[in-house]
Write a protein that binds this ligand. Structure first.
Ligand SMILES: Cc1cc2nc3c(=O)[nH]c(=O)nc-3n(C[C@H](O)[C@H](O)[C@H](O)COP(=O)(O)OP(=O)(O)OC[C@H]3O[C@@H](n4cnc5c(N)ncnc54)[C@H](O)[C@@H]3O)c2cc1C
Ligand SMILES: CC(C)=CCC/C(C)=C/CC/C(C)=C/CSC[C@H](N)C(=O)O
Length: 475
């Protein structure tokens, strides 16, 4: 059979996990003949990146993956990469003066302490997250059956009904209080988790709150060698052309009844442009992220994308932790690998954790605080010298990455559109429901399916209702 797609040209702007996964899924759906160009102005991987300390690499951006993140799991398998399990380490919560919660070596003792301090809040929370994860997992079935959604709202509705959609509109604290979780538990456990994962507080929407809580469960992993290997691997697997250039304009070029998108870009040496049938923008378009892309020739003009991204600074520090600051004068007795913090006025860091390199050899062990180790500190602003001196007795190196990390979440925000124009799509709207590697991967698969069905006028595969039932009755 002759492919009807010969001559069709797709382009993706951004080679993070979202863009490279889109290239992979477009190739799966549109077949071997189409041309797929991926533009990247920085480095492949985007917010998946590493920094080198003492000849070892450490994740400075997206680092952990949930065991039920099936797209990420599938990429790793297809690319022949290896899993790297998190190395266990104890966590404590610091309120600026003292530790208010300390993990011990004894699981039963920890359970008892939780129950003593917070009643059954932690069981309620566990059940809530499990239920949300179970519903979220429906996406894999829908996508395996080829169904696509024209908006993030439609996708969420199909997974968890209006309950899911409402979770993007009301705050986490409100939802948890309604569930019967105590205010004390919210302040002392939930808030620290939101601070380490999204650098924000408990007024973030409940849906992203649940994603963040899933990211605090025990069953987490990463990619041996660095998570960004998935991005370079997917580009190769997709046989996509990587163009190292910054896209500056996307304009609509009409020719009679039909039209294409003209993408203009600058490389280090030249300015050039190319025409495409389908364009996927796989980078945030909010003003403070500075993609540098302008849209021209659209009538009416494309609406401005609202909102802004939240700055999180990741400092990778090689040095000696100042255990005295945490009231442990003898570092040999300091048992914690991760320090989370409560939402306390004036506290200058969100979290500090001893980190493992992306290549863990068989005999790897975490450094004890009396030895020089590598730590990751998340903070809202770059750490001042006196702040570094507070957290570390001394240090050899500090590497700072200032991320426009994830959406700055408010609770009454509309989710940005997926379809910007007939064959022009935007991937990163999904981050406003929740920002994680798997969320970008789910959005990538959805856009590949959506683009395919819209191109082929298979509208019955888009925004179908009652999919659980439909799938059960499909052969
Ligand atoms: C510090 C930090 C920690 C995180 N931790 C986790 C975690 O543990 N687990 C998890 O699941 N998620 C985590 N995340 C979130 C996760 O990293 C992101 O959700 C995900 O990587 C987003 O991928 P993306 O491809 O959608 O966007 P990006 O990775 O931002 O990719 C967009 C790409 O587009 C390129 N680009 C932009 N404009 C242009 C242009 N005009 N022309 C050409 N190229 C352009 C950019 O250079 C970039 O490479 C973390 C994020 C940060 C910042
Ligand atoms: C998408 C679903 C259902 C689950 C994803 C859960 C997950 C892995 C969430 C992580 C979210 C996130 C932005 C974490 C940032 S910090 C990560 C880590 N603590 C670090 O120190 O780097």
């Amino acid at each position: 059979m002759t492919s009807i797609f010969v001559g069709e040209e797709n382009t993706i702007i951004g080679a993070g996990i979202g863009g490279t996964a889109t290239a992979h899924f477009l190739r799966q759906h549109f077949g071997p003949e189409v041309r797929i160009d991926v533009f990247e102005k920085g480095t492949v991987g985007g917010r998946l990146a590493t920094v080198t300390v003492n000849q070892q690499d450490y994740e400075s951006g997206g680092s952990i993956i949930h065991s039920l993140n099936l797209h990420m799991q599938d990429f790793v398998k297809q690319l022949g990469l290896k899993y790297r399990k998190s190395v266990a380490g104890k966590t404590a919560v610091f309120n600026g003066k003292e530790f208010i919660l300390e993990e011990t070596d004894w699981y039963l003792l920890d359970l008892f302490r939780l129950w003593w301090r917070y009643g059954i809040s932690f069981i309620r929370l566990q059940m809530w997250v499990e239920e949300i994860m179970e519903k979220f997992m429906r996406i894999y079935k829908y996508q395996a059956h080829g169904y696509a959604f024209s908006s993030v709202e439609e996708l969420l509705l199909s997974l968890g009904g209006s309950g899911f959609l409402n979770m993007t509109r009301r705050s986490l604290s409100e939802s948890l209080l309604e569930l019967g979780v105590s205010q004390r538990f919210i302040d002392e456990v939930i808030a620290p988790i939101m601070r380490v994962n999204y650098g924000q507080n408990i007024s973030i929407p409940a849906f992203v709150g649940a994603v963040s809580l899933a990211g605090a469960q025990a069953n987490l992993w990463a990619v041996e060698g660095g998570n960004k290997l998935v991005c370079s691997g997917l580009l190769k697997l997709a046989k996509a052309n990587l163009i190292q250039a910054q896209v500056i304009t996307i304009s609509l070029e009409s020719a009679g009844e039909s039209y294409q998108y003209e993408v203009t870009y600058t490389t280090q040496t030249e300015k050039a442009s190319d025409l495409y049938d389908i364009v996927v923008v796989a980078t945030p378009l909010q003003q403070n992220v500075n993609s540098g892309i302008s849209f021209q020739g659209f009538e009416p003009q494309l609406p401005e994308i609202a909102g802004s991204y939240h700055q999180t600074v990741a400092s990778i520090i090689h040095g000696y932790l100042n255990c005295s600051y945490f009231s442990f004068p003898d570092p040999k007795l300091f048992p914690f690998a991760s320090i989370l913090t409560t939402d306390t006025l004036g506290l200058f860091f969100n979290s500090a954790a001893s980190v493992c390199p992306v290549n863990i050899s068989a005999g790897f062990r975490r450094k004890q605080p009396q030895e020089a180790g590598v730590y990751k500190v998340f903070s809202p602003k770059p750490l001042e010298k006196h702040e570094l001196k507070t957290l570390f007795k001394s240090y050899y190196s500090v590497q700072v990455t200032e991320w426009q990390a994830y959406p700055h979440y408010g609770s009454a925000q509309d989710l940005p559109p997926v379809v910007m124009h007939d064959n022009l799509y935007h991937l990163n709207g999904i981050e406003w429901a929740g920002s994680a590697m798997e969320m970008s991967s789910v959005a990538a698969k959805n856009i590949a399916l959506l683009a395919y069905h819209r191109w082929n006028r298979q509208l019955e595969m888009i925004d179908q209702k009652d999919l659980m039932h439909k799938i059960k009755t499909e052969l």
